[in-house]
Design a protein around this ligand. Structure first.
Ligand SMILES: [Zn+2]
Ligand SMILES: [Zn+2]
Length: 151
C-alpha cells in the first residue's frame, strides 16, 4: 500500500515504526466495542485524543473502521477484509509536537482524522503539501474512495 509520507521524513517510518511503534500505539488505544449490541465484544482502536485538538472535552468517541468486522450469523465475527464499503474513520498516529523524529510514546497519539487534522492545523502553513494532500483526500472521499495514510 502506498504511504504518502514526505520524502524528507520517510526514513523515520522504517521497520521499527511499522513493526513495533505503530502497532504498540494502536494496541494502547484499543477498547472493547460491541458493534452490533449482541454481546460480541471486539477490540478496536479508539481515538486517544482527550482534548489536545481543542474541539472537545473527554476522550474522542471515534473508533477505527478499517479492521471492522461483519457479523457472520452462526459463524460469529468475520473480518471484513477487502470491503468496498466507505470507511469514515481511520485511526492514524499523530505526533503531538509535530516532530517526526520524536517517537517517544508520550508524543504519539492514536487519532481519528478530525482530531489529527485539528492537531496538525496550526502547523499546516509550514506544510502546503498537507493542504494539497487533504484536498486530494477530500476529493477522493467525496468520490467514495479511500486514501489510507499511516502518519
Ligand atoms: Zn478523535
Ligand atoms: Zn480531539
Amino acid at each position: 500500500m502506498p504511504m504518502p509520507i514526505r520524502r524528507e521524513v520517510r526514513h523515520y517510518y522504517g521497520k521499527e515504526w511499522r513493526k513495533t511503534i505503530r502497532p504498540a500505539i494502536l494496541r494502547r488505544s484499543e477498547v472493547d466495542h460491541d458493534r452490533f449490541g449482541l454481546g460480541v465484544v471486539e477490540r478496536v482502536s479508539r481515538c486517544e485524543c482527550t482534548g489536545q485538538c481543542s474541539a472537545h472535552e473527554g476522550r474522542c468517541v471515534e473508533i477505527d473502521r478499517t479492521l471492522a468486522r461483519t457479523f457472520n450469523g452462526a459463524g460469529g465475527l468475520k473480518r471484513r477484509g477487502r470491503s468496498t464499503d466507505p470507511i469514515e474513520v481511520i485511526i492514524t498516529i499523530a505526533h503531538l509536537d509535530q516532530d517526526p523524529a520524536n517517537m517517544d510514546y508520550a508524543n504519539l497519539m492514536a487519532a481519528c482524522q478530525q482530531c489529527h487534522n485539528r492537531i496538525d492545523a496550526p502547523y499546516r502553513h509550514h506544510h502546503a503539501w498537507r493542504t494539497k494532500r487533504r484536498r486530494k483526500r477530500e476529493a477522493q472521499t467525496a468520490a467514495g474512495q479511500l486514501d489510507l495514510f499511516p502518519g
